[in-house]
Design a protein around this ligand. Structure first.
Ligand code: PMP
Length: 426
């Protein structure tokens, strides 16, 4: 089983047979309040009727089209709709099947872009500590979590990492973007002083570190990264697999922060989690570099059998309709102050070491147990689950990312379950 201790799971399975709106449903009929939107995915809530219907219709209409010299109209319609929803200037879409593939596609596009411009020396990639960019060898290499890489080396050569822009002493209990810390971006300039900037293809960051523990970028940090990349002709990639589709109250975090990357990756909420799909969205500048070549030469020799799969495009179009017609991003923005207040109210609960909230994301960091570091998150998550609330344990941290349709009462229910669990453990 993925990322799961399979032997332990056999003894205590968490099995669901259904899902609806804010809830998962167990075989016995018990409903579990979903504080994770599945896995940062189901932004419009589970089994959204519009999306279910679109998938049904599409499945009966066109099952599959090869991605070699063929396509289907919905792939173009969805690409256009996505480009329109993306930050200005990002208007060309490449489809894949997951966040990992969207990231590897982005890294390949970055290198191939420099190659297409006759600047093939630019091959180095720069990631950041604590970042998660999926499990492909590209995403794993630029990713910043050592445990994920441990058994799989050697990874890509010539990959470097920036530090996480976070200082627990100065930036604890943050609400939104920390006011201090923009200067962490200068680590990029320092790295480029050692690595000839003319050999660097791209810098990739999650605008908000997600799986690594929900760390918001300090005010001015992303702007400064952008400026340094511009100064040196380096592409900036935002991995918005988690932050995409409304978590910040805007379609993408890039729009909330007012910083536009050259390439943006997304997945998860792209289809509201309903059908596997990833997308890599690139700027006109990148597109034009590929289009400038001779007409009979494939400039970006890359793709997947299921790129732009009809079912995924139908699900994605319906998800965008749901998000836009039902004002779901605005709902997220409206409920965010309650989210922030309810979670920060846990500050004095037993063993709380830090609480970080931004948009509809949160992390609650707990004091590790002596002799058993990294076990507290799962222990608290298990207690919450027994209480009918799904939260995610990651090391000694609880991470939260509910469907954006969550109500204030449901937020209170999640906070209460966590408080009860922490008191029971104290
Ligand atoms: N990038 C980010 C920021 C992610 O959070 C994830 C998944 N959690 C991925 C990439 C990988 O996505 P997938 O699991 O769909 O391959």
């Amino acid at each position: 089983m993925p990322f799961t201790a399979a032997r332990g799971f056999r003894e205590q399975p968490m099995l669901f047979v259904g899902a609806e709106g804010m809830h998962y449903i167990e075989a016995g009929g018990r409903r579990v309040l979903d504080g994770m939107a599945g896995l940062w995915c189901v932004n419009a809530g589970h089994a959204h009727p519009r999306i279910v219907e679109a998938i049904r219709t599409a499945a009966g209409q066109l099952d599959f089209v090869s991605s070699f010299r063929m396509s289907h109209p919905a792939a173009f319609t969805f690409a256009e709709r996505l480009a329109a929803a993306a930050p200005d200037g990002l208007d060309h879409v490449f489809f894949s099947n997951s966040g990992s593939e969207a990231v590897d596609s982005a890294l390949k596009i970055a290198r191939a872009y420099h190659q297409a411009r006759g600047d093939g020396r630019r091959t180095k990639l720069i990631g950041r500590a604590k970042s998660y960019h999926g499990v492909g060898f590209g995403g794993l290499s630029v990713g910043g979590i050592a445990r994920h890489k441990r058994d799989f080396g050697p990874l890509l050569p010539e990959v470097y990492h920036l530090p996480l822009p976070h200082d627990p002493g100065r930036m604890g209990f943050s609400r939104g973007q920390p006011a201090i810390g923009a200067e962490y971006a200068d680590a990029l300039e320092a790295l480029l002083a050692v690595q000839d900037p003319a050999t660097v293809a791209a810098v990739i960051v999650e605008p908000i570190t997600g799986s690594g523990g929900v760390y918001a970028p300090p005010k001015g940090y992303l702007e400064r990264l952008r400026a340094i990349c511009d100064r040196h002709g380096i592409l900036l990639i935002f991995d918005e697999v988690i932050t995409g589709f409304g978590r910040m109250g805007t379609c993408f975090a890039a729009q909330a922060f007012g910083v536009t990357p050259d390439i943006l990756t997304c997945a998860k909420g792209l289809t509201n989690g309903s059908v596997p799909m990833g997308a890599t969205i690139a700027s006109g500048k990148i597109y034009e570099a590929f289009m400038a070549g001779p007409p009979d030469v494939v400039q970006l020799f890359h793709g997947y059998t299921y790129s732009g799969h009809p079912l995924a495009c139908a699900a994605g179009l319906a998800a965008l309709d749901a998000y836009q017609n039902e004002g779901i991003f605005a709902q997220a923005a409206a409920v965010a102050p309650h989210w922030e207040a309810a979670l920060h109210a846990l500050r004095d609960a037993p063993d709380v070491a830090d609480i970080r909230t931004i948009g509809l994301l949160a992390a609650i960091e707990l004091t590790p147990r002596a002799g058993a570091p990294g076990a507290r998150g799962t222990a608290v998550a298990d207690r919450c689950f027994a209480d009918g609330v799904l939260v995610r344990g990651a090391g000694d941290t609880i991470v939260l990312s509910p469907p954006l349709i969550i109500t204030p009462a449901e937020i209170d229910r999640i906070a209460e379950a966590i408080l009860t669990a922490l008191r029971a453990e104290a």
